[in-house]
Write a protein that binds this ligand. Structure first.
Ligand SMILES: Cc1cc2nc3c(=O)[nH]c(=O)nc-3n(C[C@H](O)[C@H](O)[C@H](O)COP(=O)(O)O)c2cc1C
Length: 185
């Protein structure tokens, strides 16, 4: 699979088989995050992989509630990755303040993208989750209160016959321009 095929093959997978994710593949996922670029090479993240069934189910349940039930599929995923935002060094903190740029959040997004692309290359499905009960997950995983959780990512083998969907995206003309801002909404 070349890179162009990989980015079209990666999609959010919301149905999983119960086949566990092999530990060698988990190591490759860790490596994909470890090698991600970041502002000032601060690497302001830690990655927690949760595959112990009871704990994983509790973490998954913290990503939906009775009213907002859209993340219920998370309980099927045999592996949940939790990306924790770690404090960056002073240079990045100053840049964040002075330039009003949330650099660690950008870094976490890039790391999560690498994680999901690596998963796809290994034949695994994934889905980033930005909606979850942060306090509950911190308690479950002993994450210090002062840390923030950036994203959860469900990972696993897609359920049999899971369809490869067409990407619903804006046309290139609505999101790109050359030599100046010329975006037609
Ligand atoms: C930061 C972020 C947060 C997301 N949160 C959720 C979520 O809570 N639940 C969910 O089902 N999908 C979530 N998604 C997945 C998006 O809905 C999905 O990426 C988008 O619809 C494009 O579809 P695709 O990933 O299949 O290409 C999230 C994606 C990103 C990048």
């Amino acid at each position: 699979m070349d890179f162009t095929q990989l980015i079209s093959r990666r999609q959010s997978v919301r149905r999983y088989s119960d086949r566990p994710v092999e530990s060698e593949k988990q190591d490759r996922l860790i490596e994909a995050v470890r090698l991600a670029p970041s502002a000032c090479n601060a690497q302001p993240w830690s990655l927690l992989l949760v595959d112990e069934p009871t704990l994983r189910t509790e973490v998954a349940k913290a990503s939906f509630g009775k009213v907002l039930s859209f993340n219920q599929f998370a309980v099927q995923a045999p592996l949940i990755a939790v990306l924790v935002i770690e404090p960056p060094p002073m240079t990045v903190r100053l840049g964040t303040l002075i330039k009003r740029r949330q650099l660690p959040l950008i870094d976490i997004g890039i790391a999560a993208a690498q994680l999901c692309l690596q998963a796809a290359e290994l034949g695994l499905g994934s889905c980033m989750l930005g909606w979850f009960d942060e306090g509950k997950i911190k308690r479950l995983l002993n994450i210090p209160l002062r840390r923030r959780i950036g994203l959860l990512v469900t990972i696993g083998y897609a359920a049999p016959n899971y369809p490869l969907r067409n990407k619903q995206r804006k046309p290139a003309t609505a999101m790109s321009s050359r030599n100046g801002y010329c975006i037609k909404a």
